[in-house]
Design a protein around this ligand. Structure first.
Ligand code: F6R
Length: 637
């Protein structure tokens, strides 16, 4: 939520304005209701802001801004405090105009701080919490009583160093009195070749270049320029010049850089010839699942997970698993629960991260928490794992973003290798998360002795067939697309599933809501008769995930549920196995998937639902990748 970019150059020819704008374009999925940029040069600061998508900012800039800028910061906003207007857009300026600041997060004590500043004679142009911070920074910078910071600023020349030290001191003093979450980036006319940043519970990474350095909410902001990234820890302040990066911990000490290599090519984050990122990402699922599965078995058929740094005796003692996630990630957890309970015989609870800590959950040192997150930055999940760890639980993170907060704050990490997901609606992250959770479940079964090595190898072999089966569905997507185009006038769609089909129904309905703006609900098929069937009327579209006919007890019950809705006039759209002709008589249309073991069926059944939503949104003329009101990576609670 909110994308932040910074760039510091050695010479203006490195073009901070363009670097920042290109970085914002790559982060636009994090927020797109307004955007802005500030550039620092010898001549002072210049800030330009515009409402709406980044294209509007580019138009507003149209070559404007100083040509001799040495540093730039930019922001693409998802509004929290104040409507999306130009005055509320970032960057915000200090009262004297000498500082410009961008912010991601929420300052919880902004109202009290604003009141204090107003008493002190300050005036405000915007309704934002951010403007409070930049006013405070100016005052702290100008105030001789601000505790000095007199360490070395890497790469700062004699002209820059004194101002840089004062700005670091001001940032530390202000960060100290702020409550809430923030990533802050500030530039100043006092030291044009400098960006000073701070973070608490919001994302920030630094990119190391040659004679230039970068900052971003995530590595996508700068992956085009460098693959060398540096993690910034909680409550750390960082001073970035073109030739150096200085990270300062809360005690004021300089800490060594924690560098890592970004392991995906920058073209994985571009759309290529695909009409939308969502189309591209749906079609990348065979690769995402295959990459997530790669190199997991040793020559003896034993699963090896290097990233699990929890001793085996602790895993053997686990008496409960809690899976945490939000939205699509939580549905991935719901799918995985069926497999993990079946394989490991451990009770598994699936909790929405945002609810978890408020119900005083029973969590002990014998609880294993599995936190699922594509971004690794979802604030609800971060807070939930912090709560779980305080109670003594061990946390395994299933994340798609190396170096993210959730991966750093967990005891172990199992990376999904879906590659960067840019479309706001999650697709390839879901199938990779489900795959990673299966691997984790099998690993636990191995460690705890619930399954023999050959059984695990057999489960893994069957799982390894999933990428080709997903490709089979993608190759036949035209049936789904054609049907989706006939549904542009639908105002409500019901999704039904039983057993592992139930979370798939929830996920299918979520896709339709978020990108087609059509009311959609997923129900457990057996639950319909307990109330929701009253919604079914003539012509009501009902999408049903049909279990394999090899599980007759499930299959027959779902067929009965289909007949119940058809008897009330529903149009039934079925997702069913190739070769299952028993469904034909009850279907207006069937989307086929290849036969697969029941527990793995969600990896396949979800794909037609993703294609359906994507095509329907396209047919409605909607913005598939950036649906209204949403943003990817939800970094506020
Ligand atoms: C839906 C969607 C969201 C995310 C949720 C969690 O398509 O994308 O529901 O799944 O916000 O995000 P992560 O996985 O980044 O924690």
């Amino acid at each position: 939520m909110c994308g932040i970019v910074g760039h510091v150059a050695n010479t203006p020819s490195q073009r901070p304005r363009e670097v920042v704008l290109d970085g914002l374009a790559r982060l636009e999925y994090r927020g797109y209701d307004s955007a802005g940029i500030a550039l620092a040069s010898g001549g002072g600061l210049e800030a330009i802001r515009a409402v709406g998508k980044l294209a509007n900012l580019r138009e507003a800039i149209d070559g404007a801004g100083p040509d001799d800028a040495l540093a730039g910061i930019g922001h693409t906003r998802w509004a929290t405090h104040g409507r999306p207007t130009v005055t509320n857009a970032h960057p915000h300026r200090s009262e004297d105009g000498a500082f410009a600041l961008v912010h991601n997060g929420i300052i919880e004590n902004a109202d009290a701080l604003r009141a204090r500043l107003i008493d002190d004679g300050a005036s405000f142009a915007s309704e934002t919490d951010t403007e409070v911070v930049v006013h405070l920074i100016q005052r702290a910078y100008d105030d001789p009583a601000t505790p000095a910071w007199d360490g070395d600023i890497a790469g700062a020349d004699e002209a820059t160093a004194p101002a840089a030290r004062r700005l670091v001191a001001a940032m530390r003093a202000v960060a100290d009195i702020l409550e809430g979450t923030f990533t802050l980036l500030v530039v100043t006319e006092h030291a044009p070749g400098l960006v000073v940043a701070a973070r608490r519970s919001s994302p920030l990474v630094v990119g190391l270049g040659e004679n230039e350095n970068f900052l971003g909410s995530d590595v996508l902001a700068f992956v085009e320029h460098t693959s060398r990234a540096v993690e910034i820890g909680q409550d750390h302040v960082v001073a970035v010049t073109a030739d150096g990066v200085t990270v300062i911990d809360p005690s004021g000490a300089v800490v060594p850089l924690k560098e890592y290599e970004v392991d995906f090519a920058s073209d994985r984050a571009t759309k290529g010839d695909w009409p939308t990122f969502m189309d591209k990402e749906i079609n990348e699922q065979p690769r995402g699942v295959a990459d997530t599965l790669a190199d997991r078995l040793d020559s003896h058929g034993h699963l090896t997970l290097d990233e699990i740094r929890i001793p085996e005796y602790i895993l053997r003692g686990v008496d409960k698993i809690v899976m945490l996630g939000c939205g699509t990630a939580s549905y991935a957890g719901q799918v995985a629960r069926y497999a993990i309970e079946h394989w490991c015989r451990i009770p598994v609870e699936v909790e929405l991260s945002s609810e978890f800590r408020y119900r005083d959950p029973v969590v002990t040192e014998k609880t294993l928490v599995i936190a699922i997150s594509q971004s690794g930055e979802t604030m609800d999940t971060i807070q939930a794992i912090r709560h779980a760890r305080e109670q003594g639980a061990r946390v395994v993170a299933v994340v798609n973003t190396p170096g993210s907060t959730i991966s750093r704050e967990s005891d172990a990490v199992l990376l999904t290798h879906a590659g960067p997901e840019i479309a706001v609606a999650s697709t390839k992250a879901f199938t990779a998360q489900v795959t990673a959770c299966y691997i984790l479940g099998l690993y636990l079964a191995q460690v705890r002795g619930n399954k023999y090595a050959e059984e695990i190898a057999d489960y893994m072999d069957k799982l390894a067939e999933a990428p080709a089966k997903i490709q089979w569905i993608l190759d036949r997507a035209e049936t789904v697309r054609q049907f989706a185009r006939t549904m542009v006038d639908a105002s409500s769609v019901i999704y039904l599933g039983r057993h592992v089909g139930f979370p798939v129904a929830l996920e299918g309905a979520l896709k339709l809501k978020e990108i087609c703006y059509i009311h959609a609900e997923g129900f457990a098929a057996g639950e319909l008769k307990h109330g929701p069937i009253a919604l079914v009327d003539d012509g009501q579209p009902v999408i049903v995930i049909v279990p394999t006919p090899r599980r007759a007890e499930l299959h027959n019950k779902v067929l009965a549920n289909i007949q119940e809705v058809r008897a009330r006039g529903a149009r039934t759209i079925l997702v069913a196995e190739e070769g299952d002709s028993s469904v034909d008589a009850f279907a207006d249309i069937v989307f086929r998937i290849p036969p697969t073991p029941t527990l793995y069926a969600p990896l396949l059944a979800v794909v037609p639902l993703q294609i359906f939503a994507c095509e329907l949104a396209t047919a409605k003329g909607l913005d598939v990748d950036q649906p209204r009101n949403l943003a990817k990576s939800v970094t506020v609670e």
